[in-house]
Design a protein around this ligand. Structure first.
Ligand code: ADP
Ligand code: MG
Length: 155
């Protein structure tokens, strides 16, 4: 599924729709260049989970930020990771099986130390304020997020 947003607010609103649809156990991997809008999307997911978007910033230096919304929100940013082995002794993904929502920026930098995507979103720029978001749900159990995205697109 490919969605198009025309402003940061719209990308955040898509994230909010996804966050509001989460039940716990979701793994959302988000790819895209610097400035694509991954963190903006994360702010929306946080909002959908009852958090304040101001609270959500890229955890570029800490790698993981844990927020307590309606569900735990694990926000990971692997931008600074050069080789996946750097993650060997970290417990970034310990909670993935739990009731929270995991959102990963720069997932490709973690190689196969990153859990499989439930939902993979790839963001590319379309002009200054336009973004194309390609959504795929390779693992089972994430159809509710695709449905939420489809409902957002139709609204
Ligand atoms: P990333 O986390 O991918 O590096 P950010 O979310 O931090 O990116 O930043 C995205 C930047 O792009 C912000 O400055 C935002 O205002 C801008 N932007 C412009 N148009 C959009 C859009 N449609 N969706 C998301 N961000 C957008
Ligand atoms: Mg970011």
């Amino acid at each position: 599924m490919i969605l198009h947003t025309r402003s940061p607010e719209q990308t955040e609103a898509l994230g909010e729709a996804l966050g509001a649809a989460c039940r716990g156990g979701e793994v959302i991997l988000v790819s895209g260049d610097l400035g694509a809008g991954k963190t903006r999307l994360a702010k929306g997911v946080g909002r959908g989970l009852g958090l304040s978007p101001e609270e959500i910033t890229s955890p570029t230096f800490t790698l993981l930020a844990v927020h307590r919304g309606h569900l735990p929100f694990y926000h990971v940013d692997l931008y600074r990771i050069v080789t996946p082995d750097e993650l060997a002794h970290l417990e970034l993904f310990e909670e993935v099986e739990g009731p929270g929502v995991t959102f990963v920026e720069w997932p490709e930098r973690g190689g196969d130390r990153v859990p499989e995507a439930g939902l993979h979103i790839r963001i590319t720029e379309e002009g200054a304020d336009g973004r194309a978001l390609t959504l795929e749900a390779p693992a089972a159990g994430h159809d509710h997020l695709l449905e939420a995205a489809a409902a957002f697109a139709a609204a």
